[in-house]
Write a protein that binds this ligand. Structure first.
Ligand code: SF4
Ligand code: SF4
Length: 343
């Protein structure tokens, strides 16, 4: 009888989680092999993955861990404000990891409290995880990992994964009836503007737009790939948006707390003119991949977007950015002025 496992799963469903599975910690062993394989396939990703090394050896950090509770919660149900659609990645717009106003954040806290009340020692890391999340979800039967590397449930790839390690031996597999990718489909790979998705299940994270426009974007003015970013300003959803298995899965039914108001100030023009104080207070806490010192990266991202989608109304803004206090913003603006002969 797995009474305690069933109680956790029941509570998770009551809180609105789509899936909840529990696996013995030993099932995470295969993740180390997968991790090495990914680096071997794309050696230049080594630096990127080294930062995630702590996820490979969970027991080094949590020697008491005996099982992993892993859950999926659907976020593909929120209304996407027109002004940010296609410009800001949806997982960032609807990021429930840090926004205490969301019911998903509150449910995460409620589930942790419930497990503690059951007598379990548990640990999570809401922002960056305590285990290789997609691997854990796959082992727990939450869903399948597709050629674009995302984990899919019946709700498509628009799910957020959460996990806790626990000090109790437990196991309860979830069930799913998610179909495999159609045999000859390669839409995600063919659509990737930077060719980061080169082969099934193989990606180069350091050339992905989501990396280059957020925490990895250190030198966009000198980055040739920035010319392929199209409409993307911060993040990229293209390999999910084109996926036939995601077709019709996003249902714009609910308002996400505070997003409609915030979005109205996230136009390219407003970002370029944004004051540091406003950024630190209103924008950075939500889009935490860039620090409170990195408004300049948003401005460089926007200049990149303005170059890739140039229209005359951008001219004075780009010229004005040549006087920005940050040298990277100035460098980007200068290079655009030179290229497009703006004066
Ligand atoms: S998120 Fe965009 S850039 Fe990154 S792999 Fe997918 S399509 Fe390519
Ligand atoms: S686009 Fe096709 S190959 Fe890529 S993940 Fe979707 S179904 Fe699979």
């Amino acid at each position: 009888m797995n009474i305690i496992e069933q109680m956790i799963q029941k509570k998770a469903y009551e809180l609105g989680y789509e899936k909840c599975g529990i696996i013995p910690i030993g099932l995470m062993d295969g993740y180390a092999k997968k991790f090495e394989e990914r680096i071997e396939k794309v050696p230049k990703s080594k630096m990127f993955y080294q930062n995630q090394q702590r996820l490979v050896n969970t027991l080094a950090t949590y020697p008491w861990a005996k099982s992993v509770v892993v859950l999926a919660v659907q976020y593909g149900k929120y209304k996407i404000p027109e002004v940010v659609k296609g410009h800001i990645g949806k997982s960032y717009l609807f990021d429930i990891r840090v926004d205490k106003n969301t019911k998903e954040y509150q449910n995460n806290r409620a589930l942790e409290k419930y497990m503690q009340e059951l007598g379990l020692k548990v640990e999570t890391n809401q922002k960056f995880g305590v285990v290789g999340m997609r691997w854990a979800a796959l082992q727990a039967g939450i869903g399948i990992v597709r050629r674009n590397n995302f984990l899919y449930t019946e709700s498509g790839s628009w799910v957020h994964l959460e996990a806790w390690v626990t000090d109790r031996e437990m196991e309860l597999k979830e069930t799913n009836d998610v179909l495999q990718c159609p045999k000859n489909c390669n839409r995600c790979m063919a659509s990737c503007p930077t060719k980061s998705l080169s082969d099934p299940y193989t990606m180069s994270p350091t050339t992905c737009i989501s990396f280059l426009t957020t925490f990895g974007g250190r030198n966009l003015p000198q980055e040739p790939l920035s010319r392929t970013f199209g409409n993307c300003i911060y993040g990229c959803d293209i390999c999910q948006d084109v996926c036939p298995m995601d077709k019709g899965k996003w249902k714009e039914e609910e308002e996400f707390p505070g997003l409609a108001e915030l979005s109205s100030v996230l136009t390219p023009e407003n970002i370029l003119n944004m004051e540091e104080g406003f950024y630190r207070k209103k924008v950075q806490p939500k889009f935490f991949y860039l620090s409170s010192e990195e408004l300049w990266k948003w401005k460089v991202d926007v200049l990149c977007y303005m170059r890739n989608n140039y229209k005359e109304t951008y001219r004075p803004l780009i010229i004005n950015a040549c006087n920005n206090e940050n040298y990277k913003v100035r460098e980007m603006a200068y290079s655009i002025c030179k290229e497009l002969c703006l004066q």
